[in-house]
Design a protein around this ligand. Structure first.
Ligand code: NAD
Ligand code: UDP
Length: 340
């Protein structure tokens, strides 16, 4: 049985991926410093899977502590989710973002080299395509100019990983460029649990639907799109999780080097369509107003899914209604998120 080290494994995408890995027969070791997640996630994962996962409360930038994980476990592969991800916060705190996101990956890579661990899946983002309006984005689309430090960390880390793969011929890497992960596990036991007032659309709608926030502001309805609001490629987090299993299987069956895949549905959904789908899921209206455009927003962003379909055998199976109903189920069952 292969053992996968999942850094950031108590976070939103990491926790859902742990379930998919377990269901696919992998042994999982989780490392997380809990800067943006709760230890309670481990109890929830145990309720869902019947398994208590091995957990280390460690900062991935702390080499000595992280070394103990490689010392104590025979790690076959690493999925590196650990990182800070709030776009607005990254503009306010660039040093913290560069320091955490870059150093944690470098520390993981150097320990992988030391312990001869050769398989890596890295969480990248569609943000690396920058402000191009040439959609859909294919993996061959040129990398763009990012609009914030968070985006640049992904851009830089992709380069750092490519350089390492050049220098270490045995390294096998899959870079996954996520589009917009949303939704929650069908159990309603784990989901996205952002601190404070959310910036992203789904957590915000969810809080408005629950009555915690008064109304949603739609950031602009004068774009050149069918209903004037921006289109995004929302992908259910459980589909995304499955994509990581496919990535590990791909690594097992292929030569060394860096392989890049988009993970999306290939379909653009407008903000107004997302609101309507959420209203259907929660059974009542979501108060909303139209506000000005948000700086830096692309009018349209969606993935070409052809490469992931052909080479990974990955195709998202859940639609926008599944995303909204699972998100609402999580919200209703955990109105205040998770508590430790
Ligand atoms: P998340 O914040 O829920 O999960 C990240 C986890 O990493 C958290 O549990 C946090 O406590 C942990 N962490 C952060 N820095 C750490 C460190 N130095 N050492 C140990 N643990 C650390 O975020 P998520 O939405 O699950 O995202 C996971 C990854 O996917 C991130 O790298 C993120 O940038 C990337 N990503 C996310 C999205 C998205 O929309 N959610 C889109 C594209 C890419
Ligand atoms: N959005 C919105 N109101 C909000 C939050 C988001 O209208 O309160 C819009 C945003 O302008 C974008 C879409 O919803 O068009 C998705 O935004 P999100 O921040 O979730 O993802 P991203 O823009 O990073 O793809």
């Amino acid at each position: 049985m292969q053992t996968v080290l999942v850094t950031g494994g108590t976070g939103f995408i990491g926790s859902h991926t742990v379930i998919s890995l377990h269901e696919s027969g992998y042994e999982v070791v989780i490392v997380d410093n809990l800067i943006n997640s709760k230890k309670e996630v481990l109890n929830r994962l145990e309720r869902i899977t019947g398994k208590r996962f091995k957990f280390y409360n460690i900062d991935c930038c702390d080499r000595d502590s992280l070394k103990t994980v490689f010392e104590q476990n025979k790690i076959d592969s690493v999925i590196h989710f650990a990182g800070l991800k709030a776009v607005g916060e990254s503009v306010q705190m660039p040093l913290e973002y560069y320091s955490n996101n870059i150093n944690s990956m470098i520390t993981v890579l150097s320990l992988m080299r030391e312990y001869n661990v050769n398989n890596l899946v890295f969480s990248s983002s569609a943000t690396v395509y920058g402000q191009s309006e040439d959609v859909p984005f294919t993996e061959e689309s040129p990398l763009g100019v990012c609009t914030n430090p968070y985006g640049w960390t992904k851009w830089m880390l992709e380069q750092i990983i490519k350089d390492c793969a050049n220098a270490i011929p045995s390294l096998k890497v899959v870079l996954l460029r996520y589009f917009n992960p949303v939704g929650a596990h069908e159990s309603g036991l784990i989901g996205e649990d952002p601190k404070g007032i959310p910036n992203n659309l789904f957590p915000y709608i969810s809080k408005v639907a629950a009555g915690t926030l008064e109304k949603l502001t739609i950031h602009g309805d004068d774009y050149d799109t069918p209903d004037g609001t921006c289109l995004r490629d929302y992908i259910h987090v459980c589909d995304l999780a499955q994509g990581h299993v496919k990535a590990l299987q791909y690594i097992d069956n292929n030569y060394a080097g860096v392989n890049i895949f988009n993970l999306g549905t290939g379909k653009g959904t407008s903000v107004k369509e997302a609101v309507a789908a959420f209203e259907k899921a929660c059974g009542h209206e979501i108060p909303h107003v139209i506000g000005p455009r948000r700086a830096g927003d692309l009018p349209v962003c969606y993935a070409s899914t052809a490469k992931a379909e052909q080479l990974l055998g990955f195709k998202a199976s859940r639609d926008i209604n599944d995303m909204c109903s699972s998100c609402w189920n999580w919200q209703v069952n955990n109105p205040d998120g998770l508590q430790d």
